[in-house]
Design a protein around this ligand. Structure first.
Ligand code: ADP
Length: 279
């Protein structure tokens, strides 16, 4: 369960964050004056074209990158404090599983390491504290004792997601976790993720290239633009939860996707919508 903090304090608060890589003519302004507030228990997606600073923003929230200017706070803490307190989870694009452990072992291993080092927080009861139930909800109940080399890419990624949820982070950061999956596998992985999230209500920041994925999963879609990387607009997704597969072809879903696409197109070319894809 999330750490105690005043309920009005956002779990993630990025204020006026700027980041430039390199200098002189080679300088790249990856982020310019970015603000992002993620309240407790919200699922927020960040979408935008390649190079608009999505990964930089996520790494900054994770404490892996320092802003040149501005601040990042996680549940009121600095990112260094948040890392030390282990309140931030991270699911990268490529699942980093231990090849010699089976699926269940991979989910349990960090929990054991943390406990041995005395760094683990008291686990709560429920889905997050039951790796078998968690893995089953993510469609992995039949492969608990397979090693990563015996799994498909989608199964590996869902194992990494289960491990992240099992650590009960206050904030879970996900960097395009489904980008390498085929469309069919991706849709079922999205719905399984939603099923688990619906129960745990972890605060999530999710980076994606897919407009449909962003809308299906999120409460809020933050649309970014490139050169410099900035927030171009925000779309609140007021579709009912729990969300299901049937939504994908609904008018409400298409309306939200259209609003995201409009912001992207306007940011790409402020004089005329160009109809370009996100990536
Ligand atoms: P996105 O995730 O949206 O594709 P990134 O955050 O990876 O964008 O990158 C934003 C911009 O910053 C890009 O132009 C990228 O080339 C540049 N960039 C990212 N990381 C570095 C780095 N370590 N050194 C130099 N430039 C970088």
């Amino acid at each position: 369960m999330p750490s105690e903090q005043p309920s009005d304090l956002p779990f993630v608060a990025v204020s006026d964050a700027c980041k430039t890589y390199g200098s002189g003519q080679r300088a790249v302004q990856a982020l310019a004056h970015v603000d992002l507030q993620v309240p407790r228990g919200r699922f927020v997606s960040v979408i935008g074209p390649s190079g608009c600073g999505k990964s930089t923003l996520l790494r900054m929230i994770a404490g892996l990158e320092e802003p040149d200017r501005g601040t990042v706070r996680i549940c009121g803490r600095t990112t260094a404090q948040a890392r030390a307190a282990k309140v931030v989870g991270f699911v990268p694009q490529a699942p980093a599983l231990l090849p010699w452990l089976d699926v269940l072992g991979n989910v349990r291993v960090l929990e054991k390491v943390n406990r041995r080092a005395g760094r683990g927080r008291e686990p709560q009861r429920g889905l997050a504290s039951d790796p078998v139930a968690l893995l089953t909800r993510l469609g992995l109940g039949d492969v608990l004792h397979r090693r990563p080399g015996q799994l498909s890419g989608g199964m590996q990624q869902r194992t990494a997601i289960a491990r992240a949820f099992a650590l009960e982070p206050d904030v879970l950061l996900m960097d395009e976790p489904f980008s390498a999956l085929d469309e069919f596998t991706r849709e079922s992985a999205q719905l399984q993720l939603l099923d688990v999230w619906q129960e745990l209500r972890t605060t999530v920041v999710f980076v994606t290239h897919s407009i449909a994925e962003a809308v299906l999963l999120s409460d809020t879609v933050v649309v970014m633009a490139a050169a410099p990387g900035r927030v171009a607009g925000v779309v609140e997704v007021d579709l009912d939860r729990p969300r299901h597969h049937g939504l994908l072809d609904s008018t409400a879903m298409h309306d939200h996707e259209h609003r995201v696409r409009e912001i992207l197109e306007t940011a790409w070319n402020p004089l005329a919508g160009s109809g370009r894809d996100v990536a």
